[in-house]
Design a binder for this molecule. Structure first.
Ligand code: DQA
Length: 144
């Protein structure tokens, strides 16, 4: 196992900062990456921070985290959280523990966000804490 934590972000999260700020806040994804990289350095971890709008790319990156012997994956699969059996299968297929992350709390939003395929295989979750949730999830990863 290495000290690398993969931080994988799904569709539309590249627009954080301007995307529905009343729900997701005004912090950009680049801001979150910078905060996490600093925090990771302080606690002796390395983060590999990525974003894609494509479901299969997330699957490939989960496999890559496994092949790299990553310590953990922080996964905000965004809308694919609620739709993707492929992501559920990928999480079950790899040895790396996955922590589910969301800026908002999907359980308090529309009914179609209440189902989480990611949550069926994730070891932990951080929801509803906004951008700070990523740092909380990194602390959880460090404690695994
Ligand atoms: C989200 C919640 C999802 O329901 C939504 O589709 C997103 C963002 C969050 O971080 O709050 O795109 O994952």
């Amino acid at each position: 196992m290495t000290d690398i934590v993969f931080v994988l972000n799904g569709p539309n999260l590249n627009l954080l900062g301007t995307r529905e700020p009343e729900i997701y806040g005004s912090t950009t994804l680049a801001d979150i990456a910078a905060i996490l990289e600093q925090k990771a350095g302080e606690i002796g971890l390395t983060v590999d921070f990525r974003q894609t709008n494509h479901e299969g790319v997330l699957v490939d990156w989960l496999h890559e985290a496994h092949a790299a012997g990553a310590k953990a994956v922080l996964l905000n699969a965004a809308a694919y959280t609620h739709t993707s059996i492929a992501l559920l299968d990928a999480i079950k297929a790899i040895d790396v523990p996955v922590i589910e992350v969301h800026l908002s709390d999907p359980a308090t939003r529309e009914g179609f966000r209440h189902l989480s395929y990611v949550g069926m295989a994730a070891v932990d979750e951080v929801k509803g804490l906004g951008a700070n949730g990523y740092a909380v999830a990194l602390e959880k990863a460090a404690a695994l």
